[in-house]
Design a protein around this ligand. Structure first.
Ligand code: 0GY
Length: 294
């Protein structure tokens, strides 16, 4: 088995139970599976080597936290080899959906096979420290290939790159889901330039969605991530009908600390401060995007 990158933190071994129960049929709309490397090797071009985070542990976490549904997002450590994610989808059954990373020469039978397993979109990862950012023509080719499948796009980028990416994102014709609040610089509050641009995108075009996930990544002060709340609440006020949330288990590349997944559930339950909003973000919005097409 390969050695994890020095300093790479393993996932929390014993997350607590959330203080307040999730609404019925809640969906963890952003999580990953890593390896096990002995069966699903990591990509040789990945910028990091994680600790194995296999499907069995993910399923156990979902039972523990009381999530009924989940979306498994392909992470950069597996490159465009979606085998571990597809294997998890096939084990998870109808309550699991996936987001793949594909090369521009992906074939129709490969896409059909992924759709059959539960994939409903592709991820474009523009984060440079993760090796992201291919020429835009590559992404346009992929968009043409997924179009017949009714899939959407999940984008991950650093806040400072949003201004350059915005024209490309506006030109995409399928729904575009923005990961982790666009990595907004929370220390600048809700008036930072990238955050204003993010809100303008969301408010101006119904195809844009956002995940208010990753408070542990954006926080400068640590748990319970109070400094991230204003930014998350502003997004919830802007487009409550197009906000998703996920644990981001197993939390790759966390350097400052490893979050307790039960505490993260407590965070989203507090930030969504009415039962109606909780249901919208954790149940109805993901159901519409990931399950309404069958
Ligand atoms: C996340 C965040 C990270 C990693 C990846 O694809 C990835 O490797 O997305 C990160 O390092 O910020 O969503 O898992």
């Amino acid at each position: 088995m390969p050695m994890a990158t020095p300093g790479y933190l393993p996932f929390h071994p014993t997350p607590r139970k959330p203080a307040q129960a999730l609404p019925p049929n809640a969906c963890d709309a952003h999580c990953h599976v890593f390896g096990p490397a002995a069966r699903f090797p990591f990509s040789p071009t990945s910028t990091y080597v994680p600790v194995d985070a296999p499907k069995e542990t993910l399923f156990q976490r979902h039972r523990h936290l009381d999530f009924s549904r989940a979306v498994i997002v392909q992470a950069s450590c597996h490159g465009a080899d979606n085998a571990a994610m597809l294997d998890a989808l096939r084990s998870g059954g109808e309550d699991y959906r996936g987001i793949a990373v594909v090369a521009e020469d992906v074939t129709e039978p490969e896409l059909e096979d992924m759709h059959e397993a539960g994939v409903r979109g592709v991820r474009f990862n523009f984060v440079k420290r993760l090796g992201g950012g291919r020429p835009l023509g590559v992404y346009r080719t992929i968009l043409d290939r997924i179009e017949p499948f009714g899939w959407h796009v999940v984008v991950y980028f650093d806040a400072e790159d949003l201004e350059d990416l915005a024209p490309f994102l506006r030109g995409i014709e399928v729904p575009v889901v923005i990961d982790h609040m666009g990595r907004a610089p929370v220390e600048q509050g809700v008036e930072s330039r990238p955050f204003r641009l993010l809100r303008d995108l969301l408010a101006g075009d119904g195809k844009f969605w956002v995940k208010v996930s990753g408070p542990e990544r954006l926080s400068r002060v640590g748990p319970p991530y109070a400094d991230v709340e204003p930014v998350a609440r502003a997004l919830l006020r802007t487009v409550p009908e197009r906000v998703l949330w996920g644990t981001d288990w197993p939390h790759p590349n966390m350097k400052s600390h490893m979050p307790d997944d039960g505490a993260l559930v407590d965070w989203i339950m507090a930030v969504c401060d009415t039962p109606v909003l909780r249901r919208q973000v954790l149940v109805d919005n993901p159901a519409r995007l990931y399950w309404s097409g069958g």
